[in-house]
Write a protein that binds this ligand. Structure first.
Ligand SMILES: [Zn+2]
Length: 141
């Protein structure tokens, strides 16, 4: 077993990195990408999984619609504390928009990311978000 682990069995490792390269892909890939992410986070709690899927979907969609296409999506799982970092690399360049108030104007998709992720950011050709289950986003009570 060298390096790669695609079986979603993150429980054995303190940190597990899974990378999907989709250069040249189209938004038609959103559905298979969603399935890949679901496998990548297999074993997480239901809520944690749902949050990761939501954020990964929005980051990927934003890359296709506003950033010239998605090239790479990376899932980084950590066990203690349980958290998932999602990173995407995009084909196109655009001004950085890591400020959620700006995102509201020019990146409506990323508003969802800001609500769900503990931390997130976006650069010219990358975007990332951290989703933990010990520190869930504030929700209406
Ligand atoms: Zn978790």
């Amino acid at each position: 077993m060298v390096g790669h682990s695609g079986n979603g069995n993150g429980g054995q490792f303190p940190r597990l990195v899974l990378t999907l390269e989709v250069r040249g892909s189209t938004p038609a890939y959103l559905s298979p990408i969603r399935r890949w992410v679901a496998r990548a986070v297999a074993g997480l709690s239901e809520r944690h999984t749902a949050d990761v899927l939501l954020v990964a979907d929005e980051l990927a969609r934003d890359a296709y619609l506003h950033r010239g296409g998605l090239e790479v999506i990376r899932i980084i799982r950590r066990r203690h504390p349980c958290s998932v970092r999602i990173e995407v690399e995009c084909a196109g360049r655009r001004p950085a928009a890591s400020d959620p108030s700006r995102a509201a104007d020019d990146q409506p998709d990323l508003v969802v990311v800001g609500r769900t992720a503990r931390a997130w950011g976006a650069g010219a050709r990358t975007a990332w978000a951290e989703i933990s289950c010990e520190d869930p986003p504030a929700s209406p009570r």
